[in-house]
Every structure is written in C-alpha cells, then in structure tokens.
Design a protein around this ligand. Structure first.
Ligand SMILES: [Zn+2]
Length: 567
C-alpha cells in the first residue's frame, strides 16, 4: 500500500465515528476487517516474538549441557525444553493456525509459514496427562537400556565387549551365547515397549490420525504410501547388488570362521543387527590419517568450494575433555549465523568422515541461508536434506583422489581407492537393507501391535537382509533396538537422505563439475550452486518440491543405484 492511500484511509477512519454519531446509523465494515494476509502476519509475528527467545535458550542450554555433562546444566536444558514445549502447546494459537491453513491464503511464503507452524503446534496438542505418561514410559525403557549389561554365565559384558567377541571370536558357542545375551534386553523391555506403543497410538488417534506411525510421517510432511513406494523402488534396485555383495561377505566370513556358508547365523555378522558392514578387508584406512591435521583439511576443502567455515571452527568445541559428550553434532544456535560443532577429533578415518559430515551440516545453516528468509523458514528444508548433504561430503574420507588433490600423500593410493570404494558400497547396500527392515517393522508394529511381532521381525530380517533366522527362536528381538523406543518412525529419513545426496550430486556433477567423477576440490562453483539451489531456499519449499526444483525429478532411487554400480 502506498503512503498516499494510507493517508486517505487515516482521514476516513477518523471521520467515520463522527459520521456514525451524526447520522445515527451503523456503518458496517468499520473498523477495518484485517485481511487474511494481515491475520497471518500478526499470528506469525506473535509466534516469533514469544518462541524465538525460548528457542535460543533451549539451543544454548543444550550446547552447554553437552559440553560440560554437569547435572545442573542438564537440568537447565530440560527446563528450557519444557518451556518451549509448553508455549507450542498453546491451543488458541493452534486453532487460529488451523483456521488460516484452511483459508484461501495466497501469498506462498505466508502460506508456507502457516503450514510449518501448524505442524509444529499440532504435535503438542496432545492431552498433557497422556503426554506425561508417554514420556515417563519412554524414559523407563531408555533407562533399562542404559543399565542393561549382557550376561553370559556370571560375567557381565559392556556393549563394546559384546562387539569385540562378535568381531573376533572363533568360538561359535561363545558367539551365540554373547549374541543371545545381547538380545535379552528385548525380553526385559517388551511389556513396557508394548505399553508405549499403545500410548503413542492413543495420542495419535486423539489428533485424528489412524496410528502413531502415520502421524509421525505426516508431521514430517511425508505419507506412508509415498515412503513405501520409494522403499519398494529401492528394494528392487538394490536386491541384486546386495545379494552379490553379501555372497562375497558370506564367503569371507565363513572361510575366516572355518564353517560352511549355510551355517552362518546372525551371530556371525559382527554387528548385532547386521546394520554395518563386517570388517573383511585387510587394508585399514586409518593409517592415511595418522599424520594429518583433519581440521586444516576440512578448512581448506570448504574454503576451496566457496563455503568457508573459519567462523564455525572458532565457535566450536572439537577435542575430547572430561564430562563432554563423546559424540558429534552441529547446531544452529540463533538462526543468525551462530553455528557450532561439537566433536572429539582423533586422527583417524572415522573422524575425518565425521568432521566432513558435521561441517557439511554447518554450511547448510543460517550461515548461508539469507536473513531475508523469514525466521520461521530460516532452517534446512528437512532432516533428510541436511543429512543428505552431510553424507555427500562425508564420503570423501574414503576417496584417494580427494586426498591426493588435498595434498595428502598415500603409500598405496590404488589399494586405498579399491578398498575405500568397496567399503562405501558395502556400507550403503547393507544399510539400505537394514532400513527396509526398520521402516516395514515400525509401520506394521503401529498398525497392528497385537500380532506375533517376534515372527514379523525375523520374517523381515530374512527377506530384506538375507539372514538365516536362528532355529527355534521365539523372542522379542525387535525390542533390543533402542531406536524403536527413542527415535520412533525416524530411521527411513537416513536412507532418504542418501537418495537425496546421490540425486543432488548427479545434478551438481552435470551442471557444475561437467562430468561424473570430476572432482569438486577447489571448484567454487560448488558453493554457488548449493547456495542458490539449496541453502538459499531455507524451508520455503517442502523436501519433495525442493528435490524436484533442484534436480528436475521427485526423490527416487535411480541416482543412488547408479552410484552403487559405478563406485
Ligand atoms: Zn548428521
């Protein structure tokens, strides 16, 4: 609206009451009825004014607790999160958002903000008493997991001791006993987990969803049909390559253990769930990194592709210290460029990959999402998009060509590349089959929790992972996977992130690198492409529309499957 027309409106508005009084008539439509756009703007402004400081506090206290590990810092973190959750439970604001969402609002950016906020508030509209029960039950099961130690005979074993036996032991009876002991936690938490599933379904139904799984997906802008279609496609494209890779793994494992391939059982695959590739190759990639400054390599790499990260490194906490979280993560504190990484760098291949990964998250943040994008939309488009981007960069730690271009000398680059490529390929294939089990199990679990879940679990493991189920076993082995308790209906996003990464990288290769296999090292066009096509959009598009807009196609498994053929 121009200054002039608003001036005229002001005069009329001032005269209206006088006119009404003088003429003794009611003037309908005065005071002015705010337009839908005005209503949306006011609501969003109110939300931001209240929520922004709460989000900042929640992010800062979360960071502090993970750095110090102190009880009082954890208490502060929990209190800040509770304040944020309580604010998002505001029923009046949710009702207003719901009405606006159903209205013919046309401005696409306002419409998108209303959608994003509607979903954020919807999740918190559950009866507080029910929510309290769910949290208490989930905490009880998580505590049982933390306290659980596999017990063989009278010996208690830590998780890493279990893994060591499964990785190294040649004693089949010992392997079997240790594997079975590691699954015992399932039987301990089974009843609580089933109760938790029932409570989660009750909450979902109270919000109008058919079950909890359907709700979780919809809160993340996905549908079960859409995700399942994608996983069916992925299944078709990976089955052959997976079975071929597994045949080689089986052969090597059986030979190493001195048994026949058809004698292999779940306890022979090193990882308790066969979600990771067994170590079957002689060469280890770690030796390449013993004398490398991982941080400097990351700094030079990201600067070279036009996405410098010096400011992130300055604010980060990167080395081991007492009390600190042993993991790694990246966090955008204020959506104004204060982006930090927590890590515990040690000079090996794992930490090279992890730092490339976390710093990959850091470039896809308010560092590179312009402040002209409204606060509500100033974040990554979706968890799968930022995980995908981070995984796209992570893989270079296994790539000899990348190391060479970065100036790192390798004793035997050909061997490094051959082993690195095979490890990456096996990892992706094995992980993709494991994700199939998780997605399909969780979907069916919430649809029909009263069925024979023990059988469902092993049917899926046999079908998708090709593992021979243990004879005569009838135990709740599914319940020994903590993610089913603590990160429900979430796992599939990692796999979709891999598909997203492959698809975006193919487009990037074609448009910027001018050819598959061409190196991104030192090419600033990579940063320009990512800023313009991905980062700059923030959350203005859904993950689905974003993928279409960057790559010209909906998310699919073709680029991922091509990568498995060629790398
Ligand atoms: Zn990540």
């Amino acid at each position: 609206m121009s200054a002039r027309s608003s001036f005229s409106w002001c005069i009329l508005a001032r005269l209206l009451p006088t006119l009404t009084l003088l003429l003794g008539i009611q003037v309908h439509g005065a005071p002015p009825v705010p337009s839908l756009e005005d209503k949306a703007r006011t609501l969003i402004d109110e939300h931001v004014a209240q929520i922004r400081p709460l989000e900042l506090e929640a992010n800062l206290t979360w960071w502090n607790a993970n750095i110090s590990g102190k009880d009082e810092d954890f208490a502060a973190k929990e209190a800040a999160q509770n304040r944020l959750d309580a604010a998002l439970a505001n029923a009046e604001r949710f009702a207003a958002l719901k009405a606006l969402r159903a209205s013919p609002l046309t401005d696409p950016i306002l419409k998108r903000q209303v959608e994003v906020l509607y979903l954020a508030y919807l999740e918190k509209q559950v009866d507080p008493e029910l929510l309290r029960k769910i949290t208490a039950k989930a905490n009880a099961v998580e505590k049982a997991f933390n306290a659980y130690r596999a017990k063989v005979g009278s010996t208690e074993m830590t998780d890493s001791e279990v893994r060591k036996v499964l990785k190294e032991s040649k004693d089949h009876a010992q392997r079997k006993a240790v594997w079975e002991a590691s699954k015992e936690v399932g039987a301990q938490v089974e009843a609580d987990l089933k109760a938790l599933v029932a409570l989660r379904n009750e909450a979902a139904r109270s919000l109008g969803f058919k079950n909890f799984h359907a709700m979780q997906l919809q809160l993340n802008e996905q549908t079960q049909e859409q995700v399942l279609r994608l996983f069916d496609e992925l299944d078709t494209l990976t089955r052959g390559p997976f079975l071929a890779a597994k045949a080689e793994i089986d052969q090597k494992l059986a030979a190493g253990l001195g048994i026949e391939v058809d004698e292999l059982r779940p306890w022979h695959y090193q990882d308790p769930f066969f979600q990771e590739s067994p170590a079957i190759f002689e060469t280890d990639l770690d030796s390449a990194y013993t004398n490398v400054d991982i941080l400097d390599l990351c700094r030079r790499f990201y600067a070279g592709i036009g996405l410098p990260i010096d400011d992130v490194i300055q604010r980060s906490d990167l080395y081991e210290k007492p009390g600190k979280s042993p993991h790694a993560f990246c966090t955008d504190i204020d959506r104004q460029g204060d982006v930090r990484v927590l890590a515990n760098i040690v000079p090996n291949e794992y930490w090279m990959g992890t730092m490339l990964h976390e710093l990959g998250h850091s470039v896809y943040s308010s560092k590179n999402i312009p402040s002209s994008v409204p606060y509500v939309l100033r974040s990554e488009a979706h968890i799968l998009a930022t995980e995908g981007l981070a995984m796209m960069f992570e893989k270079f730690s296994k790539d000899a060509d990348w190391l060479k271009r970065m100036g790192v000398k390798l004793a035997n680059p050909t061997q490094f590349n051959a082993v690195g490529a095979k490890m990456r390929r096996n990892r992706l294939l094995i992980f993709s089959r494991w994700c199939q089990v998780m997605l399909r199990f969780e979907k069916t679990l919430y649809e029909n929790p009263d069925q024979n879940l023990n059988k469902l679990w092993w049917d899926l493991v046999e079908k998708y992972q090709g593992i021979h189920p243990p004879e005569g076993r009838d135990a709740p082995d599914y319940a020994s996977k903590i993610h089913i308790v603590s990160a429900p209906a979430y796992y599939h996003n990692y796999m979709m992130g891999e598909l997203f990464a492959s698809q975006v990288y193919h487009t990037l290769s074609k448009e910027v690198l001018k050819g598959t296999g061409a190196s991104p090292v030192g090419n600033e066009g990579v940063g320009t492409f990512l800023k313009e096509r991905l980062f700059g959009r923030g959350r203005t598009l859904s993950w689905d529309d974003l993928t279409q807009s960057i790559t010209g196609q909906r998310l699919n498994a073709r680029a991922f499957s091509e990568d498995l053929q060629s790398r």
